[in-house]
Design a protein around this ligand. Structure first.
Ligand SMILES: *[C@@H]1O[C@H](CO)[C@@H](O)[C@H](O)[C@H]1NC(C)=O
Length: 324
């Protein structure tokens, strides 16, 4: 008896990620769908990084933010999607070492926190540009922009290193199946056989701070922006500005609200069951829609893209002539 008990208490070294096991025939269509999403996300974001770096017209705070957001999204997607795709493709659960699992969560959370902060900073940038245009160059110059960007990253690394340290103290001895498509915090905590109360309180406080503060900053900025737009004299300008702002507001709200449901609301059984679906919004759909909605709809980005393509065609042609 004593022996089996101590056997049960041996630390497990690997988790099993269940992913979407049990979907049967849906697995391959889902694999194709997520593969397309992953490719479009990577191409869209890398294109924006390329345009922001190479086109001198895009060297303004707003595009530096967008370029950096795209860098972030590329890493964010690449941390989650390849493993999820492999899970779907092979149609079986996947083994991942405890350390690997914690590192996946660590990188996911650093990028998530940085993204929350960056989206907040971007909405503040738009607020200054639209509501305080005369002060824009003093309130939002290159140095301040860099501080916002570096600050977002440092904040993410700092708070998540605390969480990682606390996670490393946990003991895992029981069941090792994670019913999720990546190593998310709550399913990991559920498997721990040591007390998780302290880490739960810490992560709750961190989530509340890192999600709610930027969310309210964003909300306040957009309320001011929309009220300024409403007072604009030209009807067509009003319509265009309004459509831009409402699409930004929509992707941002979906991102923040799904994060809030998963990380801040009490973890009832009903919510636990839909968490896997909700996390698709902030892990898969946000990185896909951000570049499409923030950048590629934008006139200046379209112009930069057109020039880049024209240049590419021109060099192709010269190359061709040289060959013949
Ligand atoms: C990120 O922001 C920095 C500082 O504002 C800027 O110099 C850099 O070009 C940006 N990176 C991208 C890929 O946009």
């Amino acid at each position: 008896m004593a022996e089996t008990e101590s056997e049960n208490l041996t630390d497990i070294t690997a988790f099993q990620l269940l992913g979407f096991v049990g979907l049967g025939d849906l697995q391959i269509p889902l694999f194709c769908l997520f593969l397309v999403i992953y490719i479009v996300t990577m191409v869209g974001n890398i294109l924006i990084i390329f345009l922001v770096i190479t086109d001198r017209h895009l060297h303004t705070p707003m595009y530096f933010f967008l370029g950096n957001l795209s860098c972030l999204e590329t890493c964010y997607s690449s941390n989650i999607l390849p493993m999820m795709l492999a899970n779907l493709f092979y149609g079986r659960k996947r083994s991942i070492s405890v350390t690997g699992c914690m590192l996946q969560y660590y990188f996911f959370a650093i990028l998530g926190v940085a993204e929350c902060c960056l989206l907040g900073a971007m909405s503040y940038d738009r607020y200054v540009a639209i509501c305080k245009p005369l002060h824009y160059t003093t309130l939002m110059n290159g140095r301040i922009c860099l501080q916002f960007i570096v600050g977002s990253w440092i904040n993410g690394v700092f708070v998540m290193s605390i969480v990682l340290y606390l996670m490393r103290q946990l003991k895992f001895c029981g069941p090792n199946e994670i019913n999720h498509f990546f190593c998310e915090l709550n399913p990991i905590l559920k498997l721990a056989c040591s007390d998780t109360h302290f880490i739960e309180v810490v992560t709750f406080l961190i989530s509340a701070m890192c999600i709610l503060l930027p969310f309210f900053l964003t909300l306040a900025s957009y309320i001011f922006i929309i009220s300024t737009i409403m007072r604009m004299s030209s009807a067509s300008g009003r319509k265009k500005a309004f459509s831009t702002c409402s699409s930004h507001l929509m992707v941002v709200s979906i991102f923040y609200s799904t994060l809030m449901i998963v990380y801040i609301l009490p973890k009832t059984d009903g919510l636990r069951n839909i968490n896997k679906v909700l996390s698709l919004f902030y892990t898969v759909l946000t990185p896909l829609f951000n570049p499409l909605i923030y950048s590629l709809r934008n006139r200046e980005v379209k112009e930069a893209l057109r020039k880049a393509v024209a240049k590419l065609c021109a060099t192709e042609r010269i190359h061709h002539f040289n060959l013949v």
